[in-house]
Design a protein. Sequence first.
Length: 411
Amino acid sequence: MTQYKRFSAVVDAMAGYDNLLGLLIGDDVIDYSTSGKDDEDTLAPSLKAAVRDMKAYSAARDYRTIPFGYFGNDDATIREALANYLVCGGNSSETIDFYGLNLFSWCGDSSYAKSGYDGTNSRFGALGVPVFLSEDGCNVIRPRKFTDQAVVFGSEMSGNWSGAVIYEWRETEYEYGLANYTSTAPASGASTPTLLPDYTNLKSQWASVTSNTHSPTTFATPSCPSQSSSYWTLDPSVTLPTIAGLNIATITPTSESATPTTVSSSTSTPEPTQHSESGLSGGSKAGIGVGVGGGVLLIVVVVVLFFYRRRKNALSNSPDQGSTVELPVATPTAELPGMGIVAQLPGSGNVAEMNAGDATHVNELQGSDPWNGPHELNDSSVHESSDGQRTSLGTQPASPGMAPARTETRP
C-alpha cells in the first residue's frame, strides 16, 4: 500500500499538466545479469499490476487518459520476453502504452549492422505499442558524434521506432553530459551552462533530420512469452497480485475533492500537494493570523484606555469641575501624541475640527508606519470627558483630507 500511495501521489501531482507525455511505472527494475532468472517471477507481474492500479486510479479521479510505460535495459537474455509480457494479453487496462529501450551499443563511427541496431529493430519493431530509445549515447569515444541519429530517424528504423532520448543533459562524473555547470552557482541560485562538443555534434545531427512523412503502422498485440526453464521462468497465465484493502470504488473524483494538486492555465508552477502530517493546515494558518491581528487590536485598545483614564483623572482634579471648560481655539490639544486634533467642548461649537496637515498621525501608535495599517484601529476610538462630552475618531485609515472627527453628547 505504501508504494501505491507514492505512485498515486505522482499521478495527482502531474495529471494537470497538458504537456505530460506519459508516466513511467519503472526503469531498469528487472536486471537479469545482477539478480538472476527468478527476478521476473515476482517483479514482472508486479509491474503489470502497478500499471493496472494506476490506470484505474487515474480513471477514478476523472483525469485525462495518461499513457503509462516502462524503460528496460539492453539485457539480451530477457529484454524481448519482458517487453512482450508487459504488452501482451489483450487487456489494455493492465498493459503498458509505450516501451523504451536503454541502448548504448552504437559507439563512435559505428554502423547499423556493427552496432546491433539491425537486430534490435527486428526484435522490437512490431511490439504493438510505440517504442523508442529511452537512453542513447555511448561515451566510450568522446566527444560523442551521435551518428546513430541518421539511422534512428532514417529509412532503416523510422517506420518502427519513435525517435530517441539522449542521455544526458548535465555533465556528471559519468561523462554523459551535453552541458557542464559550474560547481559554484551565483547568489541567485542560477548557473549558466557551458555547452560541450557533444551538444554541438548532436545539434548538427538533428539539424539534418527531415520531417517524417510516412503513415503510422498498426501492429498486432504480441503473444505472451512462453515459460522457459532457461531464461523466462514466469508462467504467462499467473494471476496479477492485488493490494489488500484497496478499493478503487472509494476514490473521490477531482470534481468532488480538493485533495489533489490542481494546475492552472497560467505559466506559474502549482503548489504540490502536501502529504506530510507535520505541516500546518490552512485552518491553522488562518487561526494564527486572526490571533496576531486580535493581539495588535488589544494593544491599541489598552493604549487608548490608558490615555483616556489619564485625561479623565486630570479633569477630575481641576478646581472647577462643575463649570463648562472651553479650550482656547488657538491651542491644539491632542488626545494622543501627535494627533493634531483641536477639541472644542460645549460653548465653543459642536464640531471638533481636524488639521488636515496632521491627519497622517491619526490612530497610530508612536513609531508606527502611517501607511502600513496593522496599527490602525478597526473600530471608532471614543475619548470621553467627565462632563459627558465624547469625541469619536473615524474608522477610516488616516489619510490627508479625511472627514473630521465628530463630537456627540451622551444622554
